[in-house]
Design a protein around this ligand. Structure first.
Ligand code: CP3
Length: 368
């Protein structure tokens, strides 16, 4: 693959090149373990709830000033070592013109389920991925504003992490039309209509890939692919019917390098993936681990030796401080088994989390 060098003005060529986050993703051991939280921007913050009053989730994602401000809020408040772009995994679908809404307390909802070869063919014909290129403009603008905002903060070297939903997780919503517990509709389609399934995943990969590439070109310094529902799959099905599309999503940014020829760090995160750690490394730099598997054990199951990210159980956020502190120390100790470690929760910040507890976690990780 021929590489594409990011411009001199890109943060990876200046401010974020030596950041703790980027070096830990590259398998190094910076002086301090970097920390950020999945879903750090969002309902746990009163300043977020205030900004969202009267605005729908997806409208907020497509307003560059608002999306940038929401992305910066937790960085200012907690002093985390990275911003994660405020958006949603369904944003590229919305930008491609697919009718979708995010219902509060429910999640992404599509008007019609999509579980036949005919409905998949119609979806793809009506929504060509190329149409995304102009539609992505508000995303590019929001990323550029966020990066400009990060440069004004103390230290001026916090990276922005871009992200996308993995094709399987997107397809699980599309096929069922709404969130489901067991993802049976999607998992059945793999077997009933394997060709339509492959075409659907490939189309999702095109959209997620373009969404990721736009974020990196606009200034993101790393990318994370979220496969929230991959844990519902046996490893053999994952490898045969899902992994190629997730690899394709990463391929959309693999060629992008800094001036020293180092690629943009790639992070892969799946929930409930204890059975999958041996097959999740699609030539990535870091694998996110959920709260179920201790980091040293997860790392042993990853033959290629990537860095790890995680994995404090969000259930500990309400525990008395000595209990929480011991759990943080245990995560840090087990994380030493991997070449690099980025501290995080094992899944997103719950809306009920006390923000002061999150700040205290950051301070504690930094003090170690
Ligand atoms: O991590 C961050 O701070 C970045 C922002 C982010 C959001 N969604 C904002 C959001 C990220 C990375 C996501 C990813 C996402 N969205 C995933 C994958 C990660 C995971 O948690 O497993 C999934 C499965 C979705 C789909 C989705 N969007 C769900 C299930 C929900 C929750 C619905 C609800 O109300 O409980 C959303 C909405 C959503 N995405 C919110 C936020 C801040 C809450 C909406 C609100 O504030 O009204």
């Amino acid at each position: 693959m021929t590489s594409t060098v990011l411009p001199a003005t890109h943060p990876l060529n200046s401010d974020t090149a030596s950041s703790w986050l980027v070096s830990a993703y590259r398998g190094e051991r910076p002086p301090v373990t970097p920390v950020w939280f999945m879903r750090q921007a969002g309902r746990s913050l009163p300043e977020y709830r205030e900004l969202r009053v009267g605005r729908r989730m997806l409208d907020a994602c497509l307003d560059p000033d608002l999306a940038a401000e929401i992305t910066l809020q937790p960085v200012r408040r907690h002093g985390v070592d990275a911003a994660v772009f405020f958006s949603d995994i369904v944003v590229p679908l919305k930008l491609a013109g697919v009718p979708v809404e995010i219902q509060s307390g429910v999640g992404p909802v599509f008007p019609a389920p999509l579980d036949t070869p005919e409905s998949v063919a119609a979806l793809i014909a009506e929504h060509p991925p190329e149409s995304l290129e102009t539609a992505l403009e508000p995303i590019r603008a929001a990323v550029a504003k966020t990066v400009a905002g990060l440069r004004l903060l103390q230290g001026a070297r916090d990276p922005l992490i871009g992200f996308a939903g993995a094709p399987f997780t997107l397809a699980a919503y599309l096929v069922a039309g709404r969130p489901s517990k067991d993802h049976l509709a999607a998992r059945s389609m793999v077997h009933r209509h394997p060709d339509a399934w492959a075409r659907l995943l490939d189309w999702c990969a095109e959209l997620s890939g373009r969404f990721l590439r736009a974020q990196v070109l606009a200034g993101a310094s790393a990318v994370q692919l979220f496969d929230s529902w991959a844990g519902s799959l046996p490893a053999a099905i994952y490898t045969a019917h899902v992994a190629p599309s997730s690899a394709k999503t990463f391929d959309a940014v693999r060629d992008l390098t800094d001036e020293a020829g180092r690629r943009v760090p790639l992070v892969h995160f799946a929930v409930g993936a204890g059975e999958l750690y041996g097959v999740l490394d699609l030539d990535v730099d870091c694998i996110g681990v959920d709260w179920r598997t201790p980091l040293d054990e997860a790392s042993r199951r990853m033959p290629s030796g990537p860095a790890v990210q995680g994995n404090l159980d969000p259930a500990l956020l309400g525990a008395p401080w000595p209990v929480l502190r011991d759990a943080i120390d245990e995560v840090l100790r087990r994380g030493e088994a991997a070449p690099g470690h980025v501290f995080n929760l094992g899944h997103g910040v719950p809306p009920s989390a006390d923000p002061e507890v999150l700040t205290r976690i950051v301070d504690h990780v930094h003090s170690r």
